[in-house]
Every structure is written in C-alpha cells, then in structure tokens.
Design a protein around this ligand. Structure first.
Ligand code: ADP
Ligand code: MG
Length: 263
C-alpha cells in the first residue's frame, strides 16, 4: 500500500519540484515502486522527468475532472525511471472547474484508490499556493513533506500552511501529518541559515530530516536535460544528498510499519 506524500510549500522556488523528481528517482534506485503526480500547471516536474508537457494526450487535468481513467493517464517508466501523471497549463482550468463539482476536495484521493496497491510511494508535486489543487493533494496524502530554504522569510507563511494542514486533518483527512521538513539549498557557512535551521529544529524536532540538501549547480542543471540528478551526475553533492534522503525516508517508513504490527 503506497505511502502518499504531498510535497508542499506555498512559497515558490523552495525546491518542491527538485525534491519530487530527485527523491522519486532515488527511491526508484532503491527498488521502490514510485508514482509522481504533477499538480502544478507549470508542469516542471513533468519536464524534469523527461516528458514534454506540450505533447500530452492526457494529463492530471483529465483525472481531476473525471474525463479519463487513471490507468490511461499514468505514463509508465518515464526517462526518470518512475511512473508519472503529467501536467501542463490545462490544469489551470481544473482549479476553476473543480469548484462546481461534487466532493471537490476528494477528487484526487478517490482516483488514487485504484492504484495505491501498485506503488510503495506516491509523491505529489504541489503548486506554489494553497489553492484547490493543493487541497486535493493534502486530502489524498498521509504525509506532507515541506521543503524549506533556510533564509530570512522562510518561516513566514509556515503558520498558514500548518493551519491548512490542521483544517484538512479535522475536516476530511484525519491521517494527515507532517512527514518531514527538508532543508534545501543549504549553506552551512551562512549564519542566518544556521539560525533558521535551529528554529526549525526547536519547533519541529525529529520531524526535521537529518539529511540536508546543499546548494548544488548540478541540481539546477539536470532538469534542462530532462533527467534526475542521479542520472545526470551521480557523484555530485546534490545526487548524494537525495540518495541519503531516500534512505532516510525508507527507514522512517519501515519504522512506522513495524510499529503498526501488533506484538
Ligand atoms: P519549487 O518547485 O518549490 O518552485 P524548484 O524545485 O523548481 O522549486 O527550485 C527552484 C529553482 O532552484 C530551480 O531552478 C531549481 O533548479 C533550483 N534548485 C532547487 N534546489 C536546488 C539546490 N539544492 N541547489 C541549487 N539549485 C536548486
Ligand atoms: Mg515547482
């Protein structure tokens, strides 16, 4: 049964898409079955996975508005290695059309029931806002992975995100929790980075991943080749960091499952 993780932060440019693509590819390298769902009309996760967003017959838009079945939309083993539900600008229309549909928060969740058994992880790349697309992702997920750039304005907006998570868990998805806070574009030489990092740890404690993602130019270059960093430059610091993160995510999942088995 897949663990469904929404990669969310309403700030843009904090590393959501980079994390989805590279954590997805690294988990695939550890022999886990992974599905990535691109929920951002910008389609960056789609392009970064080696799929042309301008050349899609079906996309997550068709899934959300019920125009096609999920089996027909999933692209199997895209160049990045995992399975993908792609997105492009069509998704902007879904945001509006969803408002008129019944059970509008539950659209994504309900369609995933048919494929949850097929994967170990389903990662959802969210858009940079707390809109109906993000609400669908949070309603479908069991955990939220929050990438954070440790800089001055980083913590601003975090309380709005925590409120949204709280509301969704009270209203429709009691299982929802913060899976982990991921420090991205990390520069340990910067004292502000260290300060913000300490604040995160004092608030979120062991929910902050031990793995940090350094600022690394290879991570920024890889998407223009439609490749995850482990395929583009396996020995880069960025690749090593995401491989380490996959290990941490797997260990956490294993520990949670072990705790669920009755003694
Ligand atoms: P988001 O999805 O949150 O908007 P992205 O993952 O697209 O953020 O990252 C924003 C920009 O920063 C992209 O150009 C990406 O390539 C770059 N980037 C992301 N993480 C890193 C990193 N660790 N080091 C260097 N560049 C990064
Ligand atoms: Mg993005």
């Amino acid at each position: 049964m897949a663990k469904i993780i929404a990669v969310t932060n309403q700030k843009g440019g904090v590393g959501k898409t980079t994390t989805c693509v590279n954590l997805g590819a690294s988990l695939t390298a550890t022999k886990r079955k992974v599905l990535i769902i691109d929920m951002d009309p910008q389609g960056n996760a789609t392009m970064g996975s080696g799929v042309d967003k301008h050349d899609l017959e079906l996309s997550v838009y068709d899934l959300l508005v019920g125009k096609a079945h999920i089996y027909d939309i999933i692209k199997k083993q895209v160049p990045a290695g995992y399975d993908l539900i792609p997105a492009n600008g069509d998704l902007t229309a879904a945001e509006v059309e969803l408002l008129d549909l019944d059970f509008k928060e539950l659209r994504l969740r309900n369609t995933l029931n048919d494929v949850r058994e097929l994967y170990d992880y389903i990662l959802i790349d969210c858009p940079p806002s707390l809109n109906m697309l993000t609400v669908n992702a949070l309603t479908a997920a069991s955990g939220v992975l929050i990438p954070m750039q440790c800089e001055y304005y980083a913590l601003e907006g975090l309380s709005a995100l925590m409120n949204t998570i709280q509301q969704i868990s009270e209203r429709v998805n009691p299982a929802l929790k913060v899976e982990g806070i991921l420090r991205t574009m990390f520069d340990p030489r910067n004292s502000l980075t260290r300060d913000v990092s300490e604040q995160l740890i004092s608030y979120f404690d062991d929910r902050v991943y031990t793995t940090v993602i350094p600022r690394n130019v290879r991570l920024a270059e890889a998407p223009s080749h439609g490749l995850p960093v482990i395929s583009y430059d396996r020995n880069s610091k960025g690749a090593k960091a995401y491989i380490a993160l996959a290990g941490e995510v797997n260990r956490k999942t294993k520990a949670e499952r072990a705790a669920l088995v009755p003694a």
